[in-house]
Design a protein around this ligand. Structure first.
Ligand code: PEP
Ligand code: MN
Length: 331
C-alpha cells in the first residue's frame, strides 16, 4: 500500500509502519509517503485519521504503477522524456569507450547528426574474466571531457557498487546493466542520488522483478528512473537474445516510468538494428539506445552488433520519418 500521511503523523506510528509493514518512508512538502508491503491491505483504526490518501496493489509494483500516478517525466540532460512530452530520445555510441580518439570521433559524428546523447561504457560487466573490461576511471574522465567540449549528454554504465560513485559523478544518466540490476549496493546508491538512472532488464528477469528493481530506486527517493528493454534469453539461438515487445506493451500499460528499447543487445547482430528500432518506435516508446562505433569490426566489445556511422545516419533519418508519422518528437 502507498499511504500519503499528514506531516503531523506521530513518529511512533511511522515506526510501527516500518516495523510491522516494512514501510519505506519519504518526506514530501505536504505529506509523508509510506510504501508498505503489498500484504498490508487494511489501515488500522489508530492510523486512519492521519491518512490523506491511500492506494492498494496486488503486487509490489507500487511507486512505478500507473494506478499510483500518471506517466512520469524524466530528464536526460536538458531533454525530457515521458510525461506528456511525446518525445522519443535517441541515445547512441559505442559499447565501450576505448580511447580519446575513438570517443571524440563518435561524439563529433553525433553532433553532426543532431543526436544529443552519447552512450559508452567504461566499467564493463562482462561474462568472461578474459574479456575487455573497459577503461575505468580514465574512460569516465574522457566522457566528462566530451560533455565539456560538445555539450552531449553522457550515458555510462556501472559495473558494481565499487564504481557507482564515480559513474554518478561523471554521467548524466547512470546505466545499470542486465547483469547488475539485482545489485543492492548499486540500487541503493542510485536511489540516494538525483541523477537519472536507466535500468536494463536482466536477460533472465521477469517483468515483475524488472520493475521491482526500479522500485528500489524510487522508494529510496530518486524518481528519475527509466526502464530499458534489451532482450531476454529464450530457446532461440540464431539471435543473441529475444526483444520482448510484449514486455514493452505490458510496461506501457501498467507502469508510469519512461521506456527505452535497446535493439543492439537484443539482436546481437548489426543487420536488423534499424528494423527493430522502427518496430519499437511504432509502439510509442520514449527512447532508443543503439550501439555505434567508427569501425565496428575492430570494436573491443560487442563488435558484431555495433552499426557504423552510415547506418546510424540512416537509422536516425528513418526514425525521424516514422516519428513524424506517429506525431512523436525525435530528440
Ligand atoms: C551495454 O549497454 O553495453 C551493455 C553491456 O548492456 P547490457 O547490460 O544490456 O548487456
Ligand atoms: Mn554493449
Amino acid at each position: 500500500m502507498i499511504l500519503h500521511l499528514k506531516k503531523s503523523t506521530p513518529v511512533d506510528l511511522i515506526n510501527w509502519l516500518k516495523e510491522e509493514a516494512y514501510a519505506r518512508i519519504l518526506e514530501f512538502d505536504s505529506y509523508t509517503q509510506a510504501v508498505t508491503t503489498k500484504a498490508f491491505k487494511e489501515i488500522p483504526e489508530f492510523l486512519s485519521s492521519f491518512v490523506i490518501e491511500n492506494w492498494t496493489f496486488e503486487t509490489d509494483i507500487q511507486l512505478a504503477s500507473l494506478d499510483y500516478t500518471e506517466k512520469r517525466e524524466v530528464s536526460i540532460g536538458q531533454d525530457k522524456i515521458g510525461g506528456l512530452t511525446k518525445n522519443i530520445h535517441l541515445i547512441a555510441g559505442p559499447c565501450s569507450v576505448e580511447s580519446e580518439e575513438q570517443i571524440f570521433q563518435v561524439a563529433h559524428k553525433l553532433v553532426e547528426l543532431g543526436i544529443k546523447s552519447l552512450r559508452a561504457g567504461s566499467f564493463k560487466p562482462r561474462t568472461s574474466p578474459y574479456s575487455y573490461m573497459g577503461m575505468g576511471k580514465e574512460g569516465l574522465e574522457l566522457l566528462s571531457k566530451v560533455r565539456k567540449e560538445t555539450g552531449l549528454n553522457i550515458v555510462s554504465e556501472v559495473r558494481d557498487a565499487t564504481n557507482v560513485d564515480l559513474v554518478l559523478e561523471h554521467a548524466d544518466v547512470v546505466q545499470i546493466g542486465t547483469k547488475s540490476m539485482y545489485d543492492h549496493g548499486i540500487l541503493n546508491a542510485c536511489g540516494n542520488s538525483d541523477k537519472t538512472i536507466l535500468i536494463k532488464r536482466g536477460f533472465g528477469t521477469t517483468l515483475q522483478e524488472f520493475v521491482q528493481a526500479a522500485e528500489f530506486v524510487l522508494c529510496a527517493g530518486n524518481e528519475n528512473v527509466i526502464l530499458c528493454e534489451r532482450g531476454i534469453r529464450t530457446f532461440e539461438s540464431k539471435t543473441r537474445f529475444t526483444l520482448d515487445l510484449c514486455g514493452v506493451a505490458y510496461l506501457k500499460h501498467h507502469c508510469n516510468l519512461p521506456i527505452i528499447v535497446d535493439p543492439s543487445h537484443a539482436l546481437g547482430y548489426r543487420y536488423g538494428i534499424i528494423d527493430l528500432a522502427k518496430a519499437s518506435t511504432a509502439m510509442g516508446i520514449d527512447g532508443l539506445l543503439v550501439e555505434s562505433h567508427p569501425n565496428p569490426s575492430a570494436a573491443l566489445s560487442d563488435s558484431a552488433q555495433q552499426i557504423n556511422f552510415k547506418t546510424l545516419e540512416i537509422l536516425k533519418s528513418e526514425i525521424k520519418n516514422l516519428s513524424l508519422a506517429l506525431n512523436l518528437n525525435l530528440t
